[in-house]
Design a protein around this ligand. Structure first.
Ligand SMILES: [Zn+2]
Length: 269
């Protein structure tokens, strides 16, 4: 484990809300409990439970959504998540998050993402490279510098790139807004678009116009695909030829064949 921990690694599938420290979640829940927004004892076991079913995972994500709605919290969790990955010797991190709108607290998708970028800037434990100096997304990092960082010839450094997620509960318009925001933020390290969220919700065709537009504009696309059996959707997603897919746990023989011939890399865990 020691050798494994010291090895420089890349992390290509980190959801911001899925990487928050348990201690931070408990602290945020306690504060909301004191304010009477939630009942702390009702949510404590949801946070601490391991070995969750798919239903329980999304129950936790719904809770995290309640706990992390304001800008300051988004900034704090981004900073902590990057520091935690750096401490595990991740040298290249792709962090994905769904830009959220919450008019009651003056949050737009843009201000949510500004809070994320603020979190990247707030990291002091390690040198963070997040702003791509080139808008050419095919060359997201300078690999020579990355090798120097791995070899310990420079100070400890982590390269962070952002993927903006479209949530499966969103509309076509909201998905399009996320893609336009990603294009606006290319110089701040945004390299692509992700489709994620509860796989039992939403229709693939809802997001297709936004994903096609993203591709036309040169953004990379990654899809959560085949988390549940859904033959028609899996086939359509593979036909779209995304740069990457995640999960692929409910593929049948035919889909595996298609995946193999299309050479789409899969992130599994
Ligand atoms: Zn995921």
């Amino acid at each position: 484990m020691e050798w494994f921990a010291s090895m420089p690694k890349v992390e290509l599938h980190a959801h911001l809300n899925g990487s928050i420290r348990d201690s931070t979640l408990l602290e945020l829940a306690r504060v909301l409990g004191e304010k009477g927004v939630i009942v702390f004892t009702d949510v404590e076991h949801v946070i601490m439970k391991s070995d969750r079913s798919l239903h329980e995972v999304f129950k936790l994500f719904d809770l995290i959504h309640v706990l992390t709605t304001d800008h300051a919290t988004v900034t704090r969790i981004t900073q902590e998540v990057v520091e935690d990955f750096a401490s595990e010797n991740i040298v290249y991190l792709e962090l994905r998050t769904t830009p959220k709108r919450n008019e009651s607290i003056g949050m737009s998708k843009r201000s949510y993402m500004d809070a994320v970028v603020e979190g990247l800037r707030a990291v002091s434990a390690v040198d963070v490279d997040f702003a791509s100096r080139s808008t050419d997304v095919r060359r997201p990092v300078n690999t020579k510098n990355m090798n120097d960082a791995c070899n310990g010839t420079r100070g400890k450094k982590i390269y962070v790139r952002l993927l903006l997620s479209i949530d499966r509960r969103e509309t076509t318009e909201a998905a399009m807004e996320t893609v336009k925001l990603a294009l606006e933020m290319r110089d701040l390290g945004v390299v692509g678009i992700d489709l994620s969220g509860n796989p039992t919700k939403g229709e693939w065709t809802t997001f297709l116009p936004a994903l096609k537009f993203a591709r036309e504009q040169g953004l990379q696309i990654t899809l959560h695909c085949g988390e549940i059996p859904n033959k028609e959707e899996i086939q359509s997603m593979l036909d779209f030829l995304p740069q990457r897919i995640g999960h692929a746990c409910c593929f049948e023989e035919e889909e595996w064949r298609k995946l193999k011939s299309s050479k789409i890399p899969v992130r599994i865990s």
